[in-house]
Write a protein that binds this ligand. Structure first.
Ligand code: CUA
Length: 172
C-alpha cells in the first residue's frame, strides 16, 4: 500500500513538472508563408527567445529567414545548415537555405550565438524537418517525457522500498 502511494505521489510530482515544461516547449510550429516557391519565415529574437520559437519545413524546401532583434544583439545559428547570423537591433537580416532533399527528418535546435545575458544559454528555437518520429499521430517529444515520468517514479519507489528493506533488516 505504501509502495502504491509513494508511486502515485512521485508520479503526480514529476508529472506536474513535465506538464509545466511541455507548456513551454509545445508551441505549434510555424509553417511559414509560401512566396514564389520559397518558404518565408519572419523571426524576431529578443531576450531570451525566438518568435516563433518553432518552425516546420520539409526536406527539399527552399527557406528564407528574415530575422530581426527586438532589443539587444543576438545570434541566429543552426549548425546543421551552417549559418550563424549576428543580429543588430533595428537591422533586418535575410538568409536563404535550400534544404537537401535527403536531409534527415528530425528536430533541430537553432540557438543564439552572441552572449545576451543570463538567459543566453537557454535561448533556443526548434526547427522541425519533415514529420519526425510520430507515434499514433503525436510527436514523440510529447510522449517521451511522460514515459520518463513513469520510469522516474518507478526508480524513486524502488529506492523507498530498498530503504525500507534495509530498515527492516536493521530492526530484526
Ligand atoms: Cu540571445 Cu544570446
Amino acid at each position: 500500500m505504501l509502495i502504491l502511494i509513494t508511486f502515485l505521489i512521485a508520479s503526480v510530482f514529476t508529472g506536474g513538472i513535465v506538464y509545466g515544461v511541455q507548456g513551454l516547449v509545445s508551441e505549434e510550429a510555424d509553417e511559414g508563408t509560401l512566396v514564389d516557391g520559397v518558404k518565408l519565415f519572419r523571426i524576431e529574437a529578443s531576450q531570451w527567445n525566438f518568435s516563433p520559437s518553432a518552425i516546420k519545413v520539409n526536406p527539399g524546401d527552399r527557406v528564407r529567414f528574415i530575422v530581426t532583434s527586438a532589443d539587444i544583439m543576438h545570434g541566429f545559428a543552426l549548425n546543421e545548415w551552417g549559418f550563424n547570423l549576428a543580429l543588430t537591433p533595428g537591422l533586418r537580416l535575410r538568409h536563404e537555405v535550400t534544404i537537401p532533399a535527403d536531409f534527415p527528418e528530425g528536430v533541430y535546435a537553432n540557438y543564439c550565438s552572441i552572449f545576451c545575458g543570463i538567459g543566453h544559454p537557454y535561448m533556443k528555437g526548434r526547427i522541425m524537418v519533415g514529420n519526425p518520429a510520430l507515434f499514433l499521430g503525436v510527436g514523440m517529444g510529447k510522449i517521451l517525457p511522460y514515459g520518463a515520468t513513469v520510469v522516474m517514479a518507478g526508480v524513486f519507489t524502488a529506492f523507498i522500498i530498498a530503504g525500507r528493506r534495509r530498515q527492516d533488516e536493521a530492526d530484526t
